[in-house]
Design a protein around this ligand. Structure first.
Ligand code: PHE
Length: 362
């Protein structure tokens, strides 16, 4: 059987199809249930045996050829339709899309990460503690007597629950982790050296203004070691000199400049002596400006030598050990570092503020 005429007819029909719809109709006519091409291939069974192989082969080749012609024509219609659509709009597929911002770390996180990196490189360990604390760890264990003003309800968010360790509260500082850490060490019979930092969120029932937040971040530091005695009264242990050196190093790294520090007396029941540590104003280098209120100094962190009662609560003998502790207000440091003048920016959720910080790297 000669298929030349059929071939000619089908390819011509495909060529002449006016649009995609006509082509789809033709597709059904040729390849549908009773389609012409399908019927041709099927008609092989009606032939005498010896004609079947040659015919079958020719029919299949033709079927493939027609299929390909249909597909090519379908693609041509699709391409033309797309070109027409693009020509009708001003959409330019070669133009780069809007840039997707990957988001930035919060400035407190940035500075906290740097501090953790610095302190762990100096051999400190990162300790964590609960935000819901007991009265015992937040106050009693820190030598804060029951009548201390810090316990009054305008400062502390008290919770309803209670345990053997007193009423529960939202911790007002990271200092409770001092005693938690010492107890964790000594309960299995271990003794200092001990070097830890505790970054964490704290809460106080404050009226919010430019420089006060009810929710804030601190980083506690605690170093305790055994006093080494040479038998002639030359005792060596953790001292105020170590405290000053550590704080100076930390502030130099975080504020990215050389710093001077000074100590003023400060009172905290869990340190003796206690200090307020000031840094020379990074904005005017100590000459006096509005940030430091013309004094040349900025109060940056409270610190001191760990009170013997606190060491005792941690299971450490104060006759044989000394230590220092500090409590850095992270917002304060971040404000100095980036020149931010309102603490409410940190929790305000204003994208324009947050987007000023470096994007998270890829
Ligand atoms: N915990 C104290 C506070 O938040 C700060 C502090 C920590 C003071 C460690 C001395 C030593 O007020």
């Amino acid at each position: 059987m000669d298929t030349t005429a059929l071939r000619e007819q089908w390819l011509h029909a495909i060529e002449k199809a006016a649009d995609a719809a006509a082509l789809a109709e033709l597709d059904t006519r040729l390849f549908g249930a009773k389609g012409e091409v399908v019927e041709l291939v099927r008609s092989v069974t009606t032939l005498p045996k010896e004609e079947r192989p040659a015919f079958g082969k020719a029919a299949n080749v033709l079927k493939q050829e027609v299929e390909q012609a249909l597909a090519a024509r379908r693609e041509a219609f699709a391409a033309a339709a797309l070109a027409q659509e693009l020509a009708a709009s001003d959409f330019d597929p070669t133009e780069p899309g809007p840039r997707v911002r990957r988001g930035a770390l919060h400035p407190i996180t940035i500075v906290q990460n740097e501090l953790v990196d610095l302190f762990t490189s100096m051999g400190f360990q990162w300790q964590d503690g609960p935000e819901v604390e007991s009265e015992y760890f937040n106050f009693d264990a820190l030598n804060i007597p029951g009548d201390h003003p810090a316990r009054e309800s305008q400062d502390t968010f008290w919770l309803r629950e209670q345990s053997g360790l007193g009423r529960n509260l939202l911790r007002t500082h990271t200092s409770p982790v001092q005693v938690r850490t010492m107890q964790r060490l000594t309960k299995h019979g271990f003794q200092p050296p001990l070097k830890v930092i505790v970054p964490g969120r704290c809460f106080r029932s404050e009226t919010v203004d430019k420089s006060h937040e009810h929710t804030f971040y601190q980083m506690e530091g605690l170093v305790v070691d055994r006093v080494q005695r040479d038998g002639h009264g030359g005792d060596r242990g953790v001292s105020i000199a170590n405290l000053i050196h550590t704080m100076k190093t930390c502030l130099r790294v975080i504020l990215e400049r050389d710093v001077q520090v000074r100590l003023r007396p400060g009172f905290f029941p869990f340190v003796e002596p206690g200090f307020e540590l000031d840094v020379n104003c990074p904005f005017c280098s100590g000459k006096g400006c509005s940030v430091c209120k013309q004094s040349g100094w900025i109060e940056i962190l409270p610190c001191g030598m760990v009170h013997p009662n606190v060491l005792r609560q941690g299971g450490i003998d104060p006759e044989e050990h000394t230590g220092f502790a500090f409590g850095m207000g992270l917002q304060r440091v971040v404000m100095l570092r980036y020149g931010i003048d309102d603490i409410r920016q940190f929790m305000g959720g204003d994208q324009r503020f947050l987007q000023q910080f470096p994007e998270v790297p890829r």
